[in-house]
Design a protein around this ligand. Structure first.
Ligand code: FAD
Length: 268
């Protein structure tokens, strides 16, 4: 009983002590253009806004970093001691530099208005070129990563090969990526883009996937597709519906008939 009372007292002391100090203590350790935004700031709301409001999170503080060292300081000076979450805003790390060999680019963690290039590359990277070039994580050559103890390392085939392997697909769990070295490819100059959206009712699910799987061995690499299973009561009040989104940058798809040609068939 006494032990748990002491523990509670220690925890509540830590809570009251850590929170008010973070703005000044951490702020003093950051570079000139970095910022700590507290909940009392008029900018707090906009700095915690998410693309999907349903995914909103509660943050105790926002740290707008400007350098990799700011990320280290935020991890060491704040994240480890505070209660509630810290939003580390990486937008100022946006940058892109094409390597002289033209085969790689060094890309800052943010660099995109919507999702971050690091966020999507280490946890998704599904895109319309995946038939030709594979997924986003497959393009990662190396990564700068700030680890949980604040140390910044380069994960590459040598050193930290295990970290590089882990980042490719489960990267959100191993540290904060500040920069990626990515393979890049020449734009072939093709402008003949096509996309099509096919909608199926739920009872077609198994037949659709049988067909998609059978299609794979002869699917042209320029054609990519993804499948979404969504709820849309205006289309089906009872069940989910299935959306198949097709993209190609080689041939034009203007009608469903085009998809039933010798190259690809969705005759369900
Ligand atoms: C509008 C929209 C379109 C999308 N389109 C596609 C698509 O075409 N293809 C596809 O594959 N995915 C797509 N996604 C999914 C997207 O790739 C993932 O949700 C991705 O994790 C979002 O990255 P983010 O930078 O917004 O990260 P957040 O949503 O802010 O964070 C997601 C997770 O990643 C972690 N994280 C973010 N940045 C870093 C970093 N630098 N280092 C380490 N961890 C980090 C966060 O801590 C959190 O755990 C889309 C998402 C949205 C909202």
């Amino acid at each position: 009983m006494l032990t748990s009372t002491l523990l509670l007292a220690a925890l509540s002391w830590a809570a009251t002590r850590a929170q008010p100090d973070i703005e000044t203590e951490l702020g003093a350790l950051l570079s000139d253009k970095a910022m700590v935004i507290a909940p009392s700031s008029p900018h707090f709301g906009e700095s915690t806004e998410r693309y999907l409001r349903s995914n909103s999170l509660e943050y105790a503080v926002v740290v707008v970093v400007d350098t990799e060292d700011d990320v280290s300081q935020a991890v060491q000076g704040g994240l480890a001691t505070m209660h509630g979450g810290m939003n580390i805003w990486l937008w100022n790390l946006s940058r892109i530099e094409i390597a002289l060999d033209g085969q790689h680019a060094y890309v800052g963690a943010a660099l995109c208005q919507c999702v971050g290039v690091a966020g999507s590359s280490i946890g998704g990277g599904v895109g319309v070129f995946m038939g030709s070039y594979c997924l986003g994580p497959d393009q990662i050559v190396s990564a700068r990563v700030v680890l949980a103890n604040g140390t910044a390392v380069t994960a590459s085939p040598e050193p930290h090969a295990d970290l590089l392997w882990a980042l490719k697909g489960a990267g959100h769990n191993f540290g904060i990526v500040t920069e990626l070295q990515l393979r890049v490819f020449d734009n072939t100059g093709k402008t003949d883009w096509s996309s099509a959206l096919l909608v199926f009712t739920q009872d077609k699910l198994e037949a659709l996937f049988r067909q998609l799987n059978a299609q794979l061995p002869r699917q042209p690499s320029h054609l990519s597709f993804d499948v979404l299973i969504v709820r849309d009561p205006s289309a089906d009040a009872e069940n989910s519906i299935i959306l198949v989104r097709l993209f190609s940058n080689v041939f034009s798809v203007t009608t469903l008939e085009d998809l039933k040609g010798p190259r690809i068939s969705f005759g369900i």
